[in-house]
Design a protein around this ligand. Structure first.
Ligand code: EPZ
Length: 421
C-alpha cells in the first residue's frame, strides 16, 4: 500500500490544471448505456472509481475502455441487467446504472449498497422515483430488483428527502425517464453542476430535458438515444481543494480550467477568511494571507457550501486564529477526519452535526490515517502547513478522487511524495 509523505511549511506558488469531474464522469459513463452505439467521453480523470465503473460496464455486457483521459463505451444491443455485489460494494456510485438499465432493458438487478464511512446513505429516493415511473421494486438476497411492466411511464414526482435533494437519485431517475413514455416532472431535483452536466450529455444524445440546474426538471420521453462525443466539466471539488491549499500556505496559485460560477459558496467563505481571489471565465487566482479570519460554515445542497469541501474547510479553520464552527447538514456523521486532525495538534470539539474549531498557531506533522476521500484531502492540506513530517496512510481513498495530487502539489512547490509502505 502507498502512503503520502509531506514536509510542511512551503508556500505554494504557480499554476495547477484541474482534471475532469469524477462525480460528473461516473453517472455520465452509466448514461452511455442508454444508446446501443458508441459514446466517447473525454476529460475523464484517471481514478480508481473510473476504473471500477469501466469494470461494471463490462460486467453489464458493454465494451468499455479507458485511455489518455478518453473513455470509449459501446453498449451494443443486449445488456446483462445484473450489477454484481463485488463491484457495487467497492463503489456506491455503481447504483447509477439502475436507471439506464431499467430504461434500456425494463429490468435491473443491482446489489444494494451497504453502509459507508461517511454515514448512512440510503437509496430510497432513487427507488421512489423508479416506482413513480411505474417500475416494481423488490429487495431480494441483497439486490434491488427493478422491473418495468411493459415500459416506464412518465409521471410527476417529489424527490426531496430529510436532507434535501439527492444528486445521484436525481440523475438516476432522469436517466430512466428519458426513454419513458410521456412527460416526467421531478420536483425537489438536485441542482448540482454534475446534474447539469449529465442533462447536457443526455440532451446531446437526443433526450428532451429542461429545467436542469433548478429544483424542477421536466423530461419528455423519446424512443431512442444515440452515442455521442462529450467532454466532462472540470472537477469543482478538486478546484476547491487547491484553493484551500493556496489559502492555507499563504501562497499564490493560478487554478486553470476552473469554473468560478460553480464555486460561489466556497469563494464566499474564502473571502470571509481574508483570502484574495481573482477570477476569470475559466481560472481562479488565490492569494493567501498570513493571518486568516474565523468563519462559520453550514454544508447544504448546491448552491450551498458542499459537504465534499467540509473536511478541507476544517483543515483551514484548524490554523485560523479564533473560533470557527462547521455544521454538517448533509452527512451528520462525516467527521472521521476530526480525530486525525487533533492528532496533528488541532483543537476541534465535536458535537455532531457540529464541530467547533479553536484555531491553533501551528499543526505538527504526524502519521495519520485517511478514512475517506475528502478526509484524506484534508489531512494532506494539514500536512502542507504542519511543522515537520506528516505521513498519510490508506492513500487508496485519495486515489478514488484526486488525480496525481502529489504531482500537482509538488509542481506548486510542496515537499510531498508517494512512498510504498
Ligand atoms: C453525491 O453522492 C456524491 N457522489 C458525493 O460525493 C457527495 O458527497 C454527495 O452527492 C452530496 O453532494 C457522487 O456524485 C458519485 P446524495 P449521492 O444522494 O448522490 C440523503 C465524494 O466525496 N439521501 O445527494 O449519493 C443522503 O443520505 C462523494 O466525492 C437519502 O436520504 O449523495 C444524504 O444525506 C462522497 N435517500 C443526502 O440525501 C436517498 O435515496 C444527499 O445525498 C439518497 C440520498
Amino acid at each position: 500500500m502507498d502512503k503520502i509523505v509531506i514536509t510542511g511549511g512551503r508556500r505554494l506558488n504557480g499554476d495547477v490544471v484541474l482534471s475532469g469531474s469524477k462525480n460528473s464522469a461516473l453517472p455520465i459513463m452509466a448514461a452511455a448505456l442508454l444508446a446501443e452505439d458508441t459514446t466517447v467521453i473525454s476529460n475523464v480523470p484517471n481514478l480508481r472509481d473510473i476504473q471500477t465503473m469501466i469494470k461494471l460496464l463490462r460486467a453489464l455486457g458493454a465494451k468499455a475502455s479507458f485511455e489518455d483521459g478518453r473513455v470509449v463505451i459501446k453498449p451494443g444491443k443486449e445488456l446483462n441487467p445484473v450489477a454484481p455485489y463485488k463491484l457495487v460494494s467497492t463503489m456506491r456510485a455503481s447504483v447509477c446504472v439502475l436507471g439506464p438499465l431499467l430504461a434500456r432493458t425494463g429490468h435491473a438487478q443491482v446489489s444494494m449498497p451497504g453502509g459507508c464511512v461517511i454515514g448512512a446513505r440510503p437509496i430510497d429516493l432513487h427507488l421512489k422515483g423508479f416506482e413513480a415511473l411505474g417500475a416494481r421494486i423488490k429487495v431480494e438476497h441483497g439486490y434491488v430488483v427493478a422491473r418495468a411492466q411493459k415500459f416506464l411511464r412518465g409521471s410527476e414526482m417529489y424527490l426531496g428527502g430529510a436532507f434535501g435533494s439527492s444528486v445521484l437519485a436525481t440523475g438516476n431517475v432522469m436517466m430512466a425517464a428519458v426513454l419513458a413514455r410521456g412527460k416526467t416532472i421531478i420536483e425537489s431535483a438536485a441542482c448540482e453542476p454534475e446534474v447539469v452536466d449529465l442533462a447536457n450529455f443526455l440532451k446531446k444524445m437526443g433526450a428532451k430535458i429542461s429545467g436542469e440546474g433548478s429544483p424542477r426538471i421536466e423530461i419528455e420521453g423519446v424512443k431512442k438515444l444515440h452515442g455521442i462525443e462529450y467532454a466532462i466539466v472540470s472537477d469543482r471539488i478538486e478546484c476547491g481543494t487547491y484553493m484551500f491549499a493556496a489559502a492555507m500556505t499563504g501562497g499564490d496559485v493560478m487554478i486553470k480550467q476552473a469554473l468560478p460560477s460553480n464555486q460561489n459558496a466556497v469563494i464566499d467563505k474564502l473571502l470571509q477568511s481574508g483570502v484574495r481571489i481573482d477570477k476569470g471565465k475559466n481560472f481562479l487566482r488565490i492569494r493567501g494571507r498570513a493571518r486568516l479570519k474565523p468563519t462559520d460554515v453550514t454544508t447544504l445542497p448546491y448552491p450551498g457550501f458542499p459537504t465534499d469541501m467540509q473536511a478541507q474547510m476544517m483543515a483551514l479553520m484548524a490554523i485560523t486564529p479564533g473560533i470557527s464552527v462547521i455544521t454538517e447538514k448533509i452527512y451528520p456523521d462525516r467527521f472521521m477526519h476530526v480525530s486525525e486532525l487533533n492528532r496533528m495538534g488541532a483543537k476541534i470539539y465535536l458535537e455532531s452535526p457540529r464541530a467547533i474549531i479553536h484555531g491553533v498557531k501551528r499543526l505538527s506533522g504526524a502519521p495519520v490515517m485517511a478514512s475517506d476521500l475528502r478526509a484524506s484531502a484534508a489531512l494532506v492540506l494539514a500536512g502542507l502547513v504542519a511543522e515537520g513530517k506528516t505521513e498519510v496512510y490508506r492513500v487508496y481513498h485519495l486515489d478514488r478522487g484526486y488525480f496525481n495530487m502529489e504531482g500537482k502539489l509538488s509542481s506548486l512547490g510542496a515537499v510531498i511524495k508517494r512512498e510504498r509502505e
